[in-house]
Design a protein around this ligand. Structure first.
Ligand code: PLP
Length: 382
């Protein structure tokens, strides 16, 4: 499908082409100088002590749970309104995801009241997701975690560059996880980053990322090491040099592309003032955002399927963030999640639509989408 206005797009140009060519010329394809540089630049950007480039955001989440020593019988609190990877990673380590509702229809992040209610003797960690790039209430989450001695893992896949006072998303909890999947604010195709300020966690992550081995191929290539021991059951979650090279250029563009996203959202909000038929979450939100998504919530009497179909006919791509995780067949069958009652999450799961947002869009594109929405809305009321 050739979209007139795509949901997301790659912000690539000659700089990405040049640096990828450099990797090919340099003839070293994994965990080399590009990975080192990306990790260093990311650490400076986020103001965190340790950064590890990994093969995906999901790998980062898995490593975060392993490094935090989460295991069978443990419970991890996680919002159901997220991408399924947030809770799949909890199941990878044998623990049980306990799903949280969202705060309200204007704040789609996890509810701290629900969080406090669901802590048991088995709870070991909170997986915080910064929905759409909007920071969750980390002050309150950290207080609760401290009181109950819980690890805080931030799934900051949407939130690269979001800030709370001087702290950046992903650098506020014990461990932060990022995704560089193709549709993210920083895209390398596949890829991610795991970050922490704690030396002990960092040491574990370093080992787990590469099979638990005590030395790397590059160390041996450069003559720093001849052999290695294996001290943990680790994985191959390493990042390639090509992905890291793309990441280096993407990180340079991040601040300006997040600013562009913010401007585009402002255009949407101003132009969509008039038509009734939906609400816009996170308006006047007190914390900062990386503006990853632009979600709207259709009113109950608007037929979402027809609405999305009409926009598709106009070659405007939309999506849903998210079908709630606890309603998926696998989760109902294996996690017993069908009994969870998460009324606000389920409401959003039924009525949310995500509109196009990426830094290559122009003001005219947004105005075109708004115009079509105004035309379509009266025709899709039930
Ligand atoms: C909230 C969230 N968490 C985790 C992930 C997983 O990241 P990846 O696709 O890089 O494995 C994603 C990516 O889509 C995501 O949106």
């Amino acid at each position: 499908m050739k979209w007139k206005v795509a949901l997301s797009d790659l912000n690539f140009d000659h700089r990405e082409r040049k640096i990828v060519n450099q990797v090919i010329r340099d003839r070293w394809l994994t965990m080399g100088e590009m990975v080192k540089k990306l990790e260093k630049n990311f650490a400076n950007f986020l103001k965190v002590k340790h950064t590890f480039a990994v093969s995906s955001g999901t790998a980062a989440l898995h490593l975060a749970l392993r490094a935090s020593n989460i295991k069978i019988e443990d419970e991890v609190l996680v919002p159901s309104l997220s991408f399924v990877a947030s809770s799949n990673a909890i199941i990878y380590v044998g623990a049980k995801p306990v799903f949280l509702d969202i705060t309200s229809l204007s704040d789609l992040n996890l509810s701290c009241d629900d969080l406090e209610k669901k802590i048991t003797r088995k709870t070991k960690a909170i997986m915080v997701v910064h929905y759409g790039g909007y920071l969750a209430n980390m002050e309150r989450i950290k207080k609760i975690a401290k009181k109950h001695d819980l690890s805080v893992i931030e799934d900051a896949a949407h939130a690269i560059g979001a800030k709370f006072e001087s702290k950046m998303a992903g650098g506020i909890g014990d461990i932060g996880c990022f995704s560089f999947f193709s549709n993210k604010n920083m895209a390398t195709g596949e890829g991610g980053m795991i970050v922490t300020n704690q030396n002990k966690l960092a040491e574990k992550i370093r080992l787990l990322r590469s099979h638990g081995m005590t030395s790397m191929t590059l160390d041996r290539h450069e003559g720093h090491a001849y052999s290695y021991d294996v001290t943990e059951l680790g994985y191959n979650y390493r990042m390639s040099e090509i992905n890291a090279a793309l990441g280096i250029e993407q990180l340079k563009k991040l601040k300006s592309s997040n600013r562009k996203r913010k401007t585009l959202i402002k255009t949407y909000v101003e132009d969509l003032k008039e038509p009734k038929g939906f609400s816009i979450p996170f308006l006047n939100y007190p914390r900062d955002s990386a503006f990853h998504l632009f979600p709207i919530l259709l009113d109950k009497d608007v037929d979402r399927e027809k609405f999305m179909k009409f926009l598709k006919r106009e070659k405007i791509q939309t999506s849903i963030h998210y079908p709630p995780i606890h309603r998926f067949s696998y989760y109902r069958k294996n996690v017993g999640a069908s009994r969870d009652e998460l009324p606000l999450t389920e409401y959003v799961g039924r009525h949310e639509v995500t509109l196009p947002l990426h830094p290559l869009l122009k003001k005219e594109d947004i105005l075109f989408v708004c115009d079509r929405i105004r035309k379509i809305l009266p025709r899709v009321r039930r």
